[in-house]
Ligand binder design. Structure first.
Ligand code: PAF
Length: 288
């Protein structure tokens, strides 16, 4: 496993692989790797001859409203490298560029990619500009690494849809694979931001997933008053000490408001607990 921090270095390696007809997978991350990331790497390994894990804390996707979030985001390159080397099948490359290497012209002046409709709702409403930052850096990573396949976690369900849309609309020749959320024993979705929770909050954070499961049960047992389910869930989260941003039942395909006609629905929530902004979701089949 090699760590590369320049785009030229990455391109040289990828060009060699491609000349041998090898299939290349990219696992984009912001580091501080947990079991969820390692599962993406394992799946990537099954899907391609070569695996690149990118580790880059992308300044462009942190909005000002989250003040300080970019600076305090955990940067743990050394430990991340150890975790990846300890895997049965190590990735071939860790691509860990500097901000300067990723944004030579400074990230404020860069061309940017917008996927407006799906980016401005839910998380996008609370984190203005976030998905422009995500879409732009992912497009850059695709151009740099030229992968055949890229893998993302379903915990960031909205992000996954933004990326699928970006790839379809701009004809990137990259297959996108979504991997189910990996959870702690108590149900809490694994996330780098869980590092901001105290041990007591980590236990209490399980209420977020429990609330999603409860809403799922209500829908599965025939409840159609989505507004009522959402209001009950939000109240439950507030009682447990969360500050909910949203709790929504949406159409899975495009995150528009759910109706009885939907093939698939998703229940999504975002809520602050202490210093951590937590997101989670449950994708469900329509009961009809
Ligand atoms: O999900 C993440 O870690 C990031 O949003 C991503 C996709 C690596 C882009 O910076």
């Amino acid at each position: 496993m090699k760590t590369i921090d320049t785009v030229t270095g990455l391109r040289i390696m990828v060009a060699r692989w491609r000349a041998n007809g090898e299939r290349v997978a990219l696992v984009p991350t912001m580091g501080n790797l947990h079991a969820g990331h390692l599962q993406l790497v394992e799946r990537a390994r099954k899907n391609a001859h070569r695996v690149i894990v990118s580790i880059f804390v992308n300044p462009m996707q942190f909005s000002n409203r989250n003040g300080g979030d970019f600076e305090r985001y955990p940067r743990t390159l050394e430990e991340d490298g150890k975790k990846l080397s300890a895997m049965g099948y190590q990735p071939d490359i860790i691509f860990a560029p500097s901000v300067q290497a990723m944004y030579p012209a400074g990230f404020k002046q860069e061309a940017r990619i917008e996927v407006p409709e799906i980016s401005n709702i839910l998380c996008g409403e609370f984190r203005p500009g976030h998905f422009v930052g995500v879409a732009t850096v992912v497009a850059k990573l695709f151009n740099m690494a030229q992968p055949d396949v890229a893998l993302f976690g379903e915990k960031d369900f909205q992000q996954l849809l933004v990326i699928r849309r970006l790839v379809a609309d701009l004809c990137f020749p990259v297959e996108i694979i979504g991997i189910p959320t990996v959870r702690e024993k108590n149900g809490l979705a694994m996330s780098s931001r869980n590092a901001y929770l105290s041990s007591e909050e980590r236990e209490r954070a399980a209420v977020l997933y429990q609330t999603l499961q409860q809403a799922q049960q209500q829908i599965e047992s025939g409840e159609r008053d989505f507004a009522m389910i959402q209001a009950q869930a939000t109240a439950k989260l507030s009682e447990a000490g969360f500050q909910p941003e949203y709790f929504e039942i949406r159409r899975a395909q495009d995150l528009q408001l759910a109706t009885d006609m939907d093939e698939q629905q998703v229940i999504l929530a975002a809520a602050w607990l202490g210093e951590a902004r937590l997101i989670d979701n449950i994708v469900m089949e329509s009961p009809d």
